[in-house]
Design a binder for this molecule. Structure first.
Ligand SMILES: NC(=O)c1ccc[n+]([C@@H]2O[C@H](COP(=O)([O-])OP(=O)(O)OC[C@H]3O[C@@H](n4cnc5c(N)ncnc54)[C@H](O)[C@@H]3O)[C@@H](O)[C@H]2O)c1
Length: 436
């Protein structure tokens, strides 16, 4: 259940996929022609970072918000990346045979539909986290990646961040003994988004395409930009927003490469009186069981969230703890880590580090070129487990009962109400996945 082998295996599947098609040689390195879909918030970080990367030429910028599209073009030029074609229709980017990879930084409800279209068009995909809007979509993405032989890397950049990778290596080497439990916490200080009535979208914003396959609903200023993540039709709350990074690291360190069998959640809106639909206070426990009586067969992952905290926990706004039979490790993805052993002695400390977006891009490009021994560090098949934790955690809290999940079928036997939440409704739209 926990071994160096599983650490390496996590990206290995991706390494077997075929190498990208079109690439022009500039010196020694192939140059990848790419498109950025949704270069608004996080997408603009990708533009800024990739503009400086000699292995990439950004040929397309695509955003349904014309104001943000113009801003992204300026960001690209200012960062030294030259000019790119612009569009509000991602199908134009996918129709360009010169493009070998796309970055998808749209809201979550577009992640799977856009990824499936991109894979069908033969593109490799770097898609933001959480990979999916719901559990079923994650499975469709894995199937499509394997069918097309294309790489799908998910935007949990801590997977390529040196101090986090060093921490996981130490856990794998037995530094705290057999690890039986892990904790991830998300203690943000978010804003009250108020109660805002429906209104007309701005002229510069193609709201219908922004909605995509989501059944039509009136525009709401609290949807765009960024605040869509607080609504169930579009996002996964803060567990799927900042929390998914820490949940992903917790599961990685715990050494689980399957789904939990039992999920219990509690919480709600204890602080904010506003339009947000997800809990601001949440506690979820995920239990893993590989079915033997050996120590290490049963494991627990705990997630805590308070998004009204003007203080940090254990010196980390977001953090992780792993509890082993010989000691514990505390880690902050934007900080350092330490190991505490018997008698509460700090027995090892690691200097501070910060999430490294450029390294995660480099790992994706290395994988396209067949140069990454481990493949994509956040391959879709690995990341799907982490996004699923967020979806199941939110479901357990919403339903207020323990969910008994079958990792093999990705179903909750004998619970029709819960199973319905593993999927969502779509409207008749060009981006609605054929398989739903
Ligand atoms: N990896 C990280 O550290 C990190 C950090 C922040 C956000 N994110 C992720 O990035 C994604 C975007 O988050 P954000 O905060 O930037 O949201 P945002 O709303 O600020 O930006 C999303 C952009 O996508 C555009 N868009 C929506 N649908 C589109 C479509 N069909 N075609 C083209 N453009 C479209 C929007 O107009 C907007 O400009 C989310 O998945 C989020 O979880 C990741």
């Amino acid at each position: 259940m926990h071994s160096r082998r599983s650490f390496l295996r996590q990206g290995a599947l991706a390494a077997t996929a075929s190498v990208a098609g079109p690439a022009i040689l500039r010196g020694q390195s192939p140059v990848h022609t790419v498109g950025i879909i949704g270069p608004g918030g996080m997408g603009s970080n990708h533009v800024r970072t990739l503009a400086k990367n000699p292995r990439v030429r950004i040929a397309w910028l695509c955003d349904v918000d014309r104001t943000r599209l113009a801003a992204a073009a300026k960001t690209l030029a200012d960062a030294g990346g030259g000019t790119a074609k612009t569009t509000g229709d991602l199908r134009q980017v996918l129709a360009d045979a010169a493009v070998d990879a796309v970055w998808i930084a749209t809201p979550d409800h577009w992640h799977a539909p856009a990824t499936l279209l991109a894979l069908a068009a033969g593109k490799h995909v770097y898609v933001e986290k959480p990979c999916s809007h719901n559990v079923h979509e994650g499975r469709l993405m894995i199937d499509a990646a394997r069918r097309t032989g294309r790489i799908v890397q998910v935007g949990t950049q801590s997977r390529s961040t040196a101090h986090v990778r060093a921490a996981i290596e130490r856990l794998r080497s037995g530094a705290i003994g057999t690890i039986l439990a892990a904790k991830a916490w998300n203690s943000q200080l978010r804003s009250n988004i108020g109660h805002v009535p429906a209104s007309e979208p701005p002229d510069t914003f193609d709201y219908d395409t922004w909605l995509g396959p989501v059944p039509h609903r009136p525009y709401h200023e609290n949807f765009h930009p960024g605040r869509w993540r607080w609504f169930r039709a579009f996002g996964a709350g803060d567990m799927g927003n900042d929390g998914v990074h820490d949940i992903d690291i917790a599961a990685w360190g715990l050494g689980v490469d399957t789904h939990p069998r039992r999920i219990t959640g509690s919480g709600g809106k204890y602080f904010f009186d506003d339009d947000q639909e997800f809990p601001d206070t949440e506690y979820v426990s995920f239990e893993y069981d590989s079915g033997t009586n050996e120590v290490g067969s049963k494991k627990q992952l705990i997630f805590e969230q308070r998004i009204w905290s003007p203080y940090h926990q254990e010196d980390a706004e977001n953090g992780n703890a792993w509890y082993g039979t010989e000691g514990m490790m505390l880690l902050a993805k934007s900080g350092g880590w330490k190991i505490i052993g018997k008698g509460n002695k700090v027995i090892e400390e690691h200097p501070r580090g910060t999430p490294n977006l450029a390294a995660h891009h480099a790992n994706f490009l290395d994988t396209l070129e067949g140069k990454s021994p481990e493949g994509a560090h956040a391959d879709i098949a690995v990341h799907h487990f982490s996004s699923t934790l967020c979806h199941l955690g939110n479901m357990a809290t919403l339903l207020g009962r323990t969910l008994h999940f079958d990792p093999a079928t990705e179903q909750i036997p004998d619970d029709t109400e819960a199973n319905a939440l593993l999927k969502r409704d779509y409207r008749d739209h060009w981006a609605t996945p054929q398989q739903v």
